[in-house]
Design a protein around this ligand. Sequence first.
Ligand code: THU
Length: 163
Amino acid sequence: MRTVEAKYGKYSDLYEAEKEVTMELDKALIEELIDTAVGALQYSYTPYSGFKVGAALLAKNGRIYQGCNIENAAYTPTNCAERTAFFKAVSEGVKEFDAICVVGGKDGVLTEYAAPCGVCRQVMMEFCNPETFQIILATGKERYDIYTLKELLPLGFGPADLA
Ligand code: THU
């Protein structure tokens, strides 16, 4: 589990404020998100790349939105698993999120982390606080790491920049 200390080492006390706003994901919840993301792989539609991705998006209301990648013969309309999960939630009026778990691999075999593409990171930036939104990359319940959106999208451009 990510702790402020693990992230900032001896400077952790300088980041006391962040500790208060970053939601502590307990192990059972992390495992549920991993299971839900893995469960989405069965629906992944990938006749062109064979690269299957599953996502599980945790909303602040406690609901978990499952997403898979959906490819298209014209290629560019392809939708990533993360965006499928976000758009399912937003299309139902849910716009506040704490975390997302992403898993993926060729033919659905999970050997390495499948990190979100740049477009998906930008969609996360639209709806999530980059300091606190947590991205769980996993190959299974035995191996995962947690990053903040800010770590994966430093100096991101978001709604606050247009305010
Ligand atoms: N893909 C995702 O679903 N999420 C990402 O963040 C990276 C890429 C999908 C899109 C495409 O169906 C396949 O992986 C290969 O790029």
